[in-house]
Write a protein that binds this ligand. Structure first.
Ligand code: GLC
Length: 434
């Protein structure tokens, strides 16, 4: 069976954002940002205070860093040497799910089980040393309300996490209790921060002219340094970093696939922007579009963004790899023309995602510039989609230049690999050395 040409074209159009629409989205994002700065209730984004500004660069000493926010938990011992220098002394990590063995992020898992698992990993990172004092920075990558740098109450799970007993609780309290249960009383959490904030701290520690940090991975979110906010409970320079939680940005037009996916998701109505752009969801949208083309709407194939990436990378004459993936996941042998179309579909979904992400960056650049000139700057980004997904970075760059016009040369994106860990160590140093 060959795909219906008209239907295919219509689906491609659904996922295409032209230049005019891109400008509208960036403008609407900026407006939402301005509304939120006036009164957060008016914005679709949460715009959460982090109680931290930029590091001064002189942060030093050895710290523990816990990176918790995706399917892998990691713990590092990091020595900061100041002046942008650091060394990772030890690194341990483990997935939160091993199919058939355990799953700490499903509805049946409890907060205790999840945090005991994390405490065990921390114990491993300190080699069971229960004597020496360790200060810990905790990257907790979910929307949380903070009243100071060390206190973050989870508002709502995102990224399809569903563990019981964590929503509404203070993350570091759960962690301290778990450490106590394990007899680890020498590890003191002193800072908790979102992964976007960690990326911004990490990048700014090493490189000047960075005010925006973003994650483009399983989830998507961005933070920026807001110069007008200062708080006696805060540390750091230049104002306060706001975690936008822009995955929840709502003022944009979802297509029918976006709407349908959202309705059947763990949290319908939440994280609409994230569900259109991030790695956790692109494969789902891709699968839904393929199912429609194959006349089996509603069928789930378990396609992931990694599958999309491998298909896009397949430039072989016969598209062998792409065909193999379709065979393995969709269970069909498609003819060459249809495999080409499936690959095309993967590309348009990735390109839409990159354009949307770029439009949010530009909105923040505009907002920070206000009536003044846009300054030269880099937007620091970490995450597998940014790093590894073909077409993502180049389409961000393209969209930045479409939107910024003559200012395009002033703004670029840079990869800050591993910023979630390093940023947590820097935040811990800022808390201890303030
Ligand atoms: C989700 C979380 C957010 C995090 C992002 C990237 O959007 O809500 O806090 O920064 O994923 O991990």
């Amino acid at each position: 069976m060959a795909f219906n040409e008209e239907q295919f074209k219509e689906i491609v159009t659904e996922f295409t954002i032209d230049g005019e629409r891109l400008h509208e989205i960036a403008a609407s994002f900026r407006q939402d940002l301005q509304l939120g700065l006036r009164d957060v209730e008016l914005s679709s984004m949460r715009m959460l205070k982090s109680y931290v500004g930029l590091p001064g660069g002189k942060e030093t000493g050895e710290y523990l860093a816990l990176d918790f926010g995706g399917t892998n938990v990691r713990v590092f011992r990091i020595r900061l040497d100041g002046g942008g220098k650091y060394e990772i002394v030890k690194r341990v990590g483990r997935p939160l799910i091993v199919p058939g063995e355990y799953d700490y992020i499903c509805k049946d898992a409890t907060a205790e089980q999840m945090f005991d698992f994390i405490a065990e990993l921390i114990d491993e990172a300190i080699d069971g040393n229960h004597e020496q004092k360790f200060y810990l920075g905790h990257t907790f990558s979910f929307p949380s309300t903070q009243t100071n740098l060390n206190n973050a109450r989870l508002i709502i799970w995102t990224k399809e996490f569903a563990t019981q007993g964590v929503e509404g609780e203070v993350a570091n309290d759960l962690l301290v209790e778990a450490l106590k249960r394990r007899g680890v009383n020498n590890v003191e959490p002193v800072a908790v921060l979102n992964d976007t904030v960690a990326v911004l701290l990490s990048a700014a520690y090493k490189t000047p002219d960075i005010f925006i940090g973003s994650i483009y991975a399983t989830g998507h979110n961005t933070c920026y340094l807001e110069p007008s906010i200062h708080d006696p409970n805060g540390v750091g320079l230049g104002g306060m970093i706001l975690n936008l939680e822009c995955g929840n940005f709502m003022k944009l037009m979802p297509n029918r696939f976006d709407r349908e996916y959202d309705e059947g998701s763990e949290k319908p109505g939440e994280q609409r922007f994230e569900k259109m752009v991030s790695g956790r969801y692109m494969g789902e949208l891709f699968g839904m579009a393929i199912a429609e083309l194959l006349g089996e709407k509603g069928k789930k194939y378990g396609l992931t963004s990694v599958d999309m990436s491998m298909m896009i990378l397949d430039e072989s004459e016969k598209l062998t790899k792409a065909s193999d993936i379709i065979m393995a996941k969709v269970g069909r042998e498609l003819d060459f023309e249809d495999v080409k179309k499936v690959r095309e579909l993967a590309k348009v979904i990735v390109i839409r995602s990159a354009r949307l992400v770029a439009s949010s960056f530009v909105a923040i650049v505009w907002q920070r510039a206000g009536k003044g000139k846009i300054v030269h700057q880099h937007v620091a980004v970490d995450g597998s989609v940014y790093e590894k997904m073909p077409l993502a970075k180049e389409n961000i760059t393209k969209a930045l230049s479409e939107l910024l016009g003559e200012d395009a040369g002033k703004v670029d994106t840079i990869l800050d690999n591993g910023g979630s860990g390093l940023g947590a160590a820097i935040a811990a140093a800022m808390a201890v050395q303030k």
